[in-house]
Write a protein that binds this ligand. Structure first.
Ligand code: PRX
Length: 650
């Protein structure tokens, strides 16, 4: 029986399914999670506090591709992350803000967090935000971002956080798609040695857009920014007008909690929608088990809140569990590569959760900085977002953790809400480079291209999930048909992840990378189609094709082949390449800037006009021959011509 909100006294970490302490216990609980899912997920729901418990655990309608968890339940994510902890441990640190400059911290207790969240929630209400409304947050890594997310949740509004590295165009597209009428941003954002002019970008994004009625501006620095009367308001001044008490809006389990845009292989970014109960149960459970979270831990996830890792493991997971969470404003290498470890020592962090791309950059800076910290508080070191190579895994384990902390390589996606494949620290024997075994309730299958399930070990296939889990995306905002087509059409009745994967003879999973046209650049997802469409918006471009290539720090770099219009006369190639890069920065943001742009006479296309990306990927990776059968190309000689051009521009 799922508990109600009366269970405030015991820590959420003491409830739910027990933690495995051995592989036997993991296997037994994993088996139970698949054999008796209702019992398993009902037990797990006891970690949340419910205004009204659910009457059912899972409803599935495969034809509609509709999954509903915990129907009949009423709850609130903000209550679960804030109020219930403030009620029993008001003085406990909830949020530690590690500011951009080293050594500068600001701590917010659960009581303070509750007050700030309540005030911001009252501000949102005063600006007309009602249950179900989408509020866009274009925010840096500052406490107000967490307040605003939880404030939305408190009143049943749906936040749509847009990563602060996205351009005005990208922000505008997301505001329009979600129909957001209120935008929360900051005047500017220090990030490492730079300052990002967020308000100016936000202004450009909503220029001429009457849809946005109110812009609330957090004051991060002293910088004055133009404020449009009637539309723009300083958040601190607005907060000063309101009391801190804001009554909770109890929502239904399947009411949306947030929308988060991510890239797909085609078309516009997709508004991945997560709902309240299932997402929160899953984020909290994975945080507890994957990091073996203890009540007095300081949990340090370096991810930006603009991505799913920030949502689930900076905000919702740890806070639902009542665990102190760190919000990092700077980059991991500001002012130098010792920054993360200095924070670990200063705050006695038990965990560090980061991305391989950050680790590669830190390794490149050398190990001397490690001697400035002792990192003795660390128990678990987590990695996510892209494959971690065995060398980087070993460095994390040996150098950062001194062999004392468990490394967990966690595989998951924006769509999965939380970790899906992971070792359990101190329990699962690791093989560096493998995310190891599925989490509880996660039933995986590898399918061949014809859709047949491939059994056994030492096999390769398309990674799919065979049954629903609570953290699963329910739909794409405003486009359920696209949701079905994107994830459930390729292999009917399976959720298709878009990743290729190998399963070894011990049943361990090794992600081999995306099998679709999505790139993973520095752990960020980008659709090649998005970059191509940005390039095509430049007058000189007739067509383009974008592929990934191996990059030492980013993992995958962006390689663009551009065909110019026949009438274009190029005076300076450098200038043109600069202009094209600027075009991409303008349309998407700096993260999408191509590392290499090559002007080519044409693209390798089949007679039916399909671009043979396999060949372009090969050339980008430095291959000059061995492209297999090119006889289906409309113009086979184009391959040589492209190779010549690329070679001459190197
Ligand atoms: O290709 C996989 C890769 O990142 C993709 C998901 O990206 P995103 O939606 O931004 O979610 C990030 C949440 C961590 C996946 O389809 N990926 C993620 N984790 C790993 C990974 N590839 C290999 N190993 C991982 N641990």
């Amino acid at each position: 029986m799922v508990g109600t909100m009366m269970d405030l006294e015991s820590s959420p970490l003491e409830r739910g399914n027990p933690r495995a302490r051995s592989m036997e216990e993991y296997r037994a609980l994993y088996r139970q999670s698949l054999a008796e899912p209702e019992r398993f997920w009902s037990e797990q729901a006891r970690t949340l506090s419910w205004f009204h418990p659910p009457y059912s655990i899972l409803d599935v309608d495969l034809e509609e591709v509709d999954f509903s968890w915990y129907m009949g339940g009423r709850l609130n994510a903000s209550f679960n992350c804030v109020d219930r902890h403030a009620a029993v441990k008001p003085g406990k640190p909830a949020l530690v803000w590690a500011k951009n400059e080293p050594g500068e911290y600001k701590v917010y207790t659960f009581r303070e967090l509750k007050h700030h969240v309540g005030r911001v929630a009252n501000v949102l209400k005063a600006h007309g935000v009602r249950k179900g409304d989408r509020v866009c947050l274009y925010m840096p890594m500052i406490p107000e971002t967490v307040f605003a997310m939880l404030a939305c949740a408190r009143i049943g509004a749906v936040h749509s956080v847009v990563f602060a590295g996205f351009s005005a165009e990208a922000l505008r597209e997301r505001i329009l798609d979600a129909g957001s009428e209120v935008l929360v941003t900051a005047n500017e954002a220090p990030r490492g040695p730079k300052k990002v002019a967020l308000k100016a970008i936000a202004d450009a994004a909503i220029e001429g857009l009457s849809q946005v009625r109110s812009v609330l501006v957090a004051r991060r620095t002293d910088a004055e920014v133009p404020m449009r009367p009637g539309r723009d308001h300083w958040l601190d001044e607005e907060m000063g007008k309101h009391r801190s008490t804001c009554p909770i809006t109890w929502v239904a389990s399947e009411d949306p909690l947030f929308v988060l845009y991510t890239s797909g292989s085609t078309g516009k970014p997709k508004g991945v929608m997560h709902t309240t109960a299932g997402y929160l149960v899953y984020a909290a459970m994975t945080h507890a088990h994957v990091f073996d979270a203890q009540p007095d831990d300081v949990h340090f996830c370096t991810a930006d809140i603009g991505w799913i890792t920030g949502h689930s493991y900076v905000v919702y997971g740890p806070l639902a569990n009542g665990v102190t969470t760190v919000l990092l404003e700077s980059t991991p290498n500001y002012p130098d590569a010792g920054r993360l470890w200095e924070i670990v020592d200063d705050l006695k962090a038990a965990t560090v959760y980061t991305a391989p791309t950050a680790l590669r950059a830190l390794i490149a800076a050398g190990d001397e900085v490690l001697s400035r910290s002792i990192r003795a508080s660390l128990r678990v070191l987590g990695s996510a977002g892209e494959p971690i190579s065995p060398e980087v895994w070993q460095w994390f384990n040996d150098k950062v953790g001194s062999g004392r902390a468990a490394v967990v390589d966690t595989w998951w996606q924006t769509e999965t809400g939380g970790v899906m494949i992971t070792p359990l620290p101190g329990v699962t024997p690791c093989k560096p480079g493998s995310a190891t075994l599925p989490f509880y309730g996660v039933d995986l299958a590898l399918l061949d291209d014809e859709g047949r399930v491939i059994d056994g070990g030492d096999v390769n296939g398309n990674l799919c999930v065979t049954r629903p889990w609570p953290g699963q995306t329910r739909t794409l905002y405003g486009n359920h048909r696209r949701f079905r087509e994107t994830y459930f059409n390729r292999f009917p009745s399976f959720y298709f992840t878009g990743d290729g994967c190998r399963r070894d003879e011990d049943g361990y999973y090794w992600i081999t990378g995306r099998v679709d046209d999505v790139l993973n650049v520095s752990g960020h997802r980008l659709g090649t189609a998005e970059v191509e469409s940005a390039l095509s918006r430049h007058d000189v471009v007739a067509e383009s094709a974008v592929v990934g290539f191996p990059h030492p720090i980013k993992g995958t770099g962006i390689f663009a082949y551009v065909v110019l219009r026949p009438d274009v006369h190029v005076e300076s190639k450098e200038q043109l390449i600069g202009a094209l890069k600027e075009q991409v920065r303008h349309m998407i943001g700096p993260i999408a800037t191509p590392d290499r742009i090559h002007m080519v006479p044409g693209l390798p296309k089949t007679r039916s006009g399909k671009i043979m990306r396999r060949i372009l990927r090969g050339i980008a990776a430095g291959e000059r021959e061995g492209f297999g059968d090119t006889s289906t190309l409309a113009e086979p000689t184009i391959v040589e011509a492209i190779i010549d051009r690329v070679a001459s521009q190197e």
